[in-house]
Design a protein around this ligand. Structure first.
Ligand code: IMP
Length: 427
């Protein structure tokens, strides 16, 4: 019953694609359990680079069945263009399974995302503009459209009517936009039904049966722990649960089935969009991290905010996810600094605080308390084992492990598939 959860331990973009892909060959199912095409994985296979937004990265491993679980929100037009792009490059996507209970990102959800962000002005969240929040809002308000609704035109029409009732009032009266016609939306959605049909399945049953048969199932979180709607830096978060518990609700498996929870942890920190970020850098070091680390969003093309490693956040991620392991990524990006600051605690209004404060006000006031660790200048991208790393790089990894509260079982030393040091096997 090996069920593994792989998730971002910081604010997303930790390099999950590489980790998932590394495991892909030995994994039978890769499951996305939340989020939608707001995510962005870059996966490098040989000399080919793939940017995936909605599809699980396991789609690139021939033996693996990729699954989009009930907790995901699906924009069919994005799904099809992602499938087309892969098919054109010779990738077989026919094994994909999509939960009939997954919610659809409708065109009006995308419109509402954009107009509300514009309306918020300087208070905006900095969303990806993909309709994620409004689709989850419809789900919770019980006016969402699910994949299965595409197969009953009369039900679909009633549901779209219900969803647009209030939204059209809002769009026309508050935002000064044109109303959206029910028929037009229904027609567009019905247009997706036939192509989607072969993929639609009872994924809860499929996955539980697979676990009963001792198949290896990997649950792949989008975004990251600090972007979780419950456990992140609310309100500057996404609208779903990337944390480990989300794998249970978003895929329909019980917590007793999960055997391992792996947190992907970047050797420094990045964040996209608005919200607090205690170790953010506004100087040439931040610029250098961005340049060397290629810190530009896969989904939005926005520059990522960059800063030093924050051990308070890593400890928090260990706790809220019950992490059993870390996969430390992008260690090579830190090569060349004489000394590397690591945030070990915060100073909040004159007090030293060791753990992430639950109060939003406190977190906004948090100033990093740094410990300086000695850097290294040797190229580490060819390192195959922990012993191959320079002594100071080894000490950096060990210090992070100690502060973060879970073993670092793999280290990324470059973007390529084989540029990874495995310390403990994940399977
Ligand atoms: P939304 O998910 O589009 O609603 O955006 C909410 C917040 O989550 C914004 O700050 C986004 O920049 C951030 N976000 C969403 N997806 C990702 C991701 O995959 N990586 C990093 N940040 C993300």
């Amino acid at each position: 019953m090996p069920a593994l959860v792989l998730l971002g331990a910081q604010w997303g973009d930790e390099g999950k694609g590489k980790a998932t892909d590394l495991l892909g060959g030995s994994v039978d199912y890769v499951v996305r359990y939340q989020g939608g095409n707001n995510a962005g994985h870059t996966v490098v296979v040989g000399d080919q680079k793939y940017a995936l937004h909605l599809l699980p990265s396991g789609i690139l491993s021939p033996g693996c069945t990729p699954v989009i679980g009930n907790g995901v929100v699906v924009d069919p037009s994005v799904l099809f263009s992602e499938l087309n792009g892969l098919n054109e490059r010779g990738v077989d996507t026919s094994k994909l399974l999509i939960s009939g209970n997954a919610h659809i990102i409708t065109p009006y959800n995308v419109t509402v995302d954009k107009v509300t962000e514009r309306f918020l002005g300087k208070r905006k969240i900095g969303t990806t503009g993909r309709g994620i929040g409004p689709t989850y809002a419809d789900k919770i308000n019980r006016v969402g459209i699910r994949v299965q609704d595409l197969y009953d035109e009369s039900i679909l029409t009633q549901k779209v009517e219900a969803a647009l009732d209030v939204k059209n009032q809002m769009l026309t009266k508050l935002y000064n936009r044109r109303a959206i016609a029910v028929e037009q939306v229904v027609e567009e959605l019905l247009g997706y039904a036939e192509r989607l049909a072969p993929y639609v399945a009872d994924t809860v049953l499929v996955l539980n049966q697979a676990l009963d048969e001792d198949k290896v199932v990997l649950f792949e979180g989008g975004q990251g722990t600090l972007l979780d709607i419950d456990h992140g830096t609310y309100p500057f978060v996404t609208s779903s649960n990337p944390t480990a518990g989300g794998a249970c609700t978003g895929a329909g498996v019980g917590p007793t089935k999960i055997s391992r929870v792996i947190g992907i942890l970047k050797a420094y920190t990045t964040r996209v969009g608005a919200g607090p970020f205690p170790t953010e850098l506004f100087d040439e070091d931040g610029e250098a991290l961005r340049r060397i680390g290629g810190e530009r969003g896969v989904t939005t093309g926005r520059d990522r905010r960059c800063g030093w490693f924050d051990a308070v956040i890593a400890r928090y991620a260990t706790r809220v996810n019950g992490l059993t392991d870390f996969f430390l990524t992008k260690l090579d990006v830190l090569t060349g600094w004489e000394q590397i600051p690591v945030c070990v605690a915060y100073e909040i209004d004159g007090r030293r605080v060791e753990e992430l404060p639950y109060s939003q006000t406190d977190f906004h006031h948090a100033k990093p308390v740094y410990e300086m660790l000695p850097g290294w200048s040797e190229d580490i991208s060819k390192a195959k084992s922990f012993a191959d790393l320079p002594k100071n790089a080894q000490a950096y990894v060990k210090a992070l492990e100690e502060m973060s509260g879970a073993p670092i079982s793999a280290i990324g030393v470059g973007p390529g598939r084989d540029e990874t040091i495995e310390i403990n096997s994940f399977l």
